[in-house]
Design a protein around this ligand. Structure first.
Ligand code: IVH
Length: 681
């Protein structure tokens, strides 16, 4: 935004400003590289925007004093591995502001430029994702390009095609039309992925925007499809024909083309009304399935865009108003080192509790030793905490001025804080690990994982009880769970007869859980729920899997050298072999999926291929897929001749037409439910 320069500067002040400008410019270029190319930002969007706005302010002052300066480069997301193509019309970005006053200034500017012309505003959520340009030729999907440098972008068509519901045909037969939108990852998917990573003790993704950006540039299409990216469109770029007159009509038209539409948008007659819409968006955005980091205000009358024009980087007919992330200042009481299931040592800041975005925050992960030394975070420091992506509290800054004179840098230990073993750093990893398998917190985490909902699902055996049972030496490994007696449990402090009996019954019920649950429960490095399911449905029994060679394992989808090694080493280990024998003797015999399937051979699902499309009201598509697989069917992503049945929910896209043209059987949700009810699941 344009600021007026009121102060007069001396020559030495200008020289100092130039030095600061050069320093900030190199910082911006570092953060541009981390954000656009590596999808791994080191500072928050808010900090970046503040930095950028200072650079722009300095640029303005220095240009008034005719100082020659290098300009900020335009962010560029292109990577090798993708072919680049020119955008039919350039992809600009939006100027942004965090201030209400500047938003009103934007409106004053518009009024000054448009004089007597009446205009209104369209106010839309600003989706926190990655800009995409979808090109359709004569109504058919042709190509999807990232913004790149604004003129030339990467062709990510194959990745974009994994997005469910993307219309491959639209009712616009213009020679070429560009449809602009945002690719994003919704809250549920992002939280789910991080939950799974937490279980596997992998580093958590910091925010959904960067995960979506990384996914969009992933070469493995199965991995892209699994990440379940989503798309919302909000503009038409170049079109060989004029189509509509208003931005509100653009949004409706895109919906009619079959694109997913904005959760909500508003039309306002003046800036005061527009501001109320922005406030309404701010108070309701938490219920949206995607993250919004602001509002985009656009002039609603498209014919005025030509009059208003653009600066070198952004159009004058729109602005992004960004919501200031909630931040709070608090004190680090202590830095605690947690030992995870696989021995990774994670430093966590124990904070004086503080309110942030409606929740009480008293801990924040410090990720790893590098992060602590990079930010020089110390016990006793006053720090600024921000909630990245509205969920994970992160320390974004340390107030070194409020630091005590006797404060000392945090020294990351060389030995395990729990068992004292030497810590090691594996090649290519930043994390420090304790390798002692008998280290007590590791055993406890392994037991917690084994009984967890996504593994053997033993309800009631929570971490407090596990800890108590470990303290009295009743639990040392997973086989001991099946040796627990009524007396062991009832003997625990404050433990009732009813609870003890319930837990024993839950333990007993878990003995015949499906094989994949047992495999997942073992916590073999890198084997999550998905890979456990692949292994179970291929090998059917633990004995078959134990007998498998690395070569056999590597034939399976999603199992590479690293995983096959981890599996073989796990089963070869003597101590693990003993525990497996104990489990067998104690009656832990996983259910064989083939039996379940053969019992359901008469079901309408047995040995058939299904594709799910659109929204189901009684369950998610994931849940429906699990039920189908349980009944012997399989579920594919795309329509082909191999598919037998398309299950079409509400608002389905082009899959329905394709299935009809291939003459496939089509079920609606009622058909699905009737067929599910007709069998014993
Ligand atoms: S209109 C000239 N509308 O935010 C650019 N952009 O920070 C016109 N974005 O580059 C873009 N939600 O990638 C528009 N409702 C929305 C948006 C939106 C998110 C992105 C877009 C843009 C960036 C600017």
């Amino acid at each position: 935004m344009v600021n007026n320069i009121t102060k007069t500067y001396s020559t030495s002040e200008i020289r100092a400003l130039k030095t600061r400008y050069d320093k900030l410019l190199s910082e911006v270029s570092l953060h541009d590289r981390l954000y656009y190319r590596e999808n791994n930002p080191r500072i928050s969007d808010f900090e970046y925007d503040c930095l950028k706005s200072e650079v722009e302010r300095l640029q303005e002052i220095l240009s008034v004093y005719a100082v020659e300066i290098e300009d900020t480069a335009i962010g560029d997301d292109r990577n090798s591995g993708f072919q680049s193509f020119a955008h039919p019309s350039p992809m600009m970005s939006l100027s942004n502001t965090y201030s209400r006053e500047e938003l009103f200034q934007f409106s004053n500017h518009l009024e000054a430029m448009l004089g007597q012309q009446k205009f209104s505003y369209a106010i839309e959520p600003k989706i926190d994702g990655i800009a995409i340009n979808l090109i359709y030729r004569r109504g058919k999907f042709f190509r999807a390009l990232t913004r790149g440098n604004g003129t030339v972008g990467d062709d990510v068509s194959a990745n974009i095609k994994t997005i469910r519901g993307l219309p491959l045909e639209i009712e616009n037969y213009a020679e070429a039309i560009e449809i602009r939108g945002e690719v994003y990852m919704d809250k549920q998917t992002f939280i789910g992925i991080n939950k799974m990573r937490e279980e596997q003790e992998l580093e958590l993704f910091a925010n959904p925007r960067n995960l979506a950006a990384g996914t969009l540039k992933t070469l493995d299409l199965d991995e892209v499809a699994e990440r379940d990216l989503k798309l919302i469109t909000y503009a038409i770029g170049h079109s060989s024909e004029k189509i509509v007159d208003l931005q509100s009509e653009v949004l409706e038209l895109l919906k009619n083309f079959g694109f997913a539409s904005q959760e909500k948008y508003w039309i306002a007659e003046n800036i005061e009304e527009a501001w109320r819409c922005v406030e309404e968006l701010d108070s309701t955005r938490h219920i949206f399935p995607y993250w919004t980091d602001g509002a985009v205000l656009k002039v609603n009358e498209l014919q005025l865009y030509g009059i208003l024009g653009a600066t070198a980087k952004s159009p004058r007919w729109a602005i992004a108003y960004k919501f200031t992330p909630e931040r709070a200042t608090t004190k680090i009481k202590n830095i605690v080192l947690q030992v995870g299931r696989t021995g990774i040592i994670t430093p966590v800041a124990d904070l004086e509790s503080v309110q942030l975005s409606g929740t009480n925050v008293s801990r924040a992960t410090l990720h790893n030793a590098d992060e602590i030394s990079k930010k020089d975070i110390r016990v006793g420091d006053y720090v600024t905490v921000e909630k990245a992506g509205e969920i994970i509290p992160a320390i974004v800054a340390v107030d070194s001025i409020r630091r005590n004179v006797d404060s000392i840098p945090f020294v990351f230990p060389k030995t395990c804080p729990s068992c004292g073993s030497q810590l090691i750093q594996l090649p290519g990893e930043v994390a420090w690990r304790c390798q002692n398998l008998c280290c007590l917190p590791q055993i406890q985490r392994r037991l917690e994982h084994f009984v967890s909902r996504t593994a053997m699902d033993i309800d009631g055996l929570g971490s407090v009880i596990i800890e108590k049972l470990m303290a009295v030496k009743k639990l040392n490994n997973i086989a001991d769970i099946y040796r627990l007696t009524f007396n062991d449990l009832e003997g625990l402090e404050k433990f009732g007869t009813k609870s003890a009996l319930k837990i024993l019954s839950n333990i007993d019920h878990s003995k015949n859980r499906p094989l994949w649950r047992l495999l997942h429960g073992f916590g073999i490095l890198g084997i999550g729920e998905q890979t456990a399911k692949i292994l179970a449905s291929h090998f059917h029994s633990l004995d078959n899997l134990i007998a498998a060679t690395s070569e056999e394992l590597e034939q399976l989808n999603g199992v590479g050298i690293k995983l096959s090694n981890a599996i073989v080493t796990f089963f070869r280990e003597q101590h693990n072999g003993n525990i497996l024998n104990d489990l067998r003797m104690l009656g832990v015999v996983p259910g064989d999926r083939r039996l379940e399937i053969s019992q359901n051979q008469n079901s309408k699902f047995h040995a058939k291929n299904f594709v799910l499309t659109g929204t189901l009201s009684s369950m998610t598509r994931q849940e429906a897929a699990e039920k189908i697989e349980h009944l012997g069917g399989s579920v594919a992503n795309a329509i082909s001749k191999q598919v037998n049945v398309l299950i079409a929910g509400e608002n389905c896209g082009s899959k329905l037409g394709k299935a009809q043209s291939l003459g496939l059987e089509i079920w609606n949700e009622t058909d699905l439910l009737e067929n599910l009810n007709g069998v014993v699941a």
